[in-house]
Design a protein around this ligand. Structure first.
Ligand SMILES: [Zn+2]
Length: 230
């Protein structure tokens, strides 16, 4: 397939996804993000992207795990495989979330920052489930809710066998918790126990008051019936 066709296809998936979620949950956005498809067989180098040096670490990390890199309002897609639509759906949800919540990047303490990151991943995953209309598409490692002991073992293996450093383990746990909560949120929403306007409020929540992220995090856990202290 010619490069232009890949480019058009990924743009269409991302823009349709943003439109669909915005319509479903009464959300707004001022513009679409820029979407760039990188041709197959081309190595993607940090130097080619004109990003600030401070983003090098996140670039390295994303390159290892994800076929889409999202920075600011730019999505760089460097592999269109069978799982890519799911990644594009999640990034579309992240984009809408950031435009509606206007969460500040800095100024939160460590506990609050973690809760915000978990809830970002929760809504990203929730959005991917809404758009993909299927069961957990990322179920490639033990689930934190149903398989908690296995998930702990898996984390040990990441550390001891795969050499994950503290930052990577932390990032893994943030995603794992967010994804597990997103899956439960989706189950509650689909069955009508959580109403649509609650989801809209979660997308719009800015967490600007101190302690707010922790409070919302706890509320959501209660609403979805999360049973354990992790
Ligand atoms: Zn994500």
């Amino acid at each position: 397939m010619r490069l232009i066709n890949h480019q058009k296809r990924v743009e269409e998936i991302v823009y349709d996804s943003i439109d669909e979620l915005a319509e479903e949950f009464n959300l707004t956005f001022p513009y679409y993000p820029s979407v760039q498809y990188v041709g197959k067989g081309f190595g993607l180098r940090f130097e080619d992207l004109n990003l600030p040096e401070s983003d090098r670490k996140i670039f390295d990390c994303l390159m290892r795990s994800c076929p889409v890199i999202s920075v600011y309002d730019r999505m760089i897609v460097y592999s269109v495989g069978s799982r890519s639509p799911t990644f594009l759906h999640e990034e579309a949800a992240h984009f809408l979330h950031s435009k509606n919540s206007r969460i500040r990047r800095h100024g939160h303490d460590e506990v609050e920052t973690d809760k915000i990151l978990i809830m970002k991943e929760m809504l990203g995953f929730f959005g991917a489930l809404c758009l993909g209309k299927r069961r957990n598409p990322f179920k490639i490692t033990p689930d934190l809710y149903n398989e908690y002991p296995k998930a702990l073992d898996f984390t040990d293996r990441l550390e001891n066998e795969c050499g994950f450093d503290d930052g990577q383990i932390h990032d893994y746990w943030v995603h794992k918790q967010g994804y597990s909560m997103g899956q439960m949120l989706f189950a509650e929403y689909s069955s009508g126990r959580i109403p649509k306007d609650r989801i809209t409020r979660l997308f719009r929540e800015s967490f600007s008051r101190s302690g707010r992220a922790n409070a919302v995090f706890r509320e959501v856990r209660t609403e979805i019936g999360w049973p354990m202290k992790v």
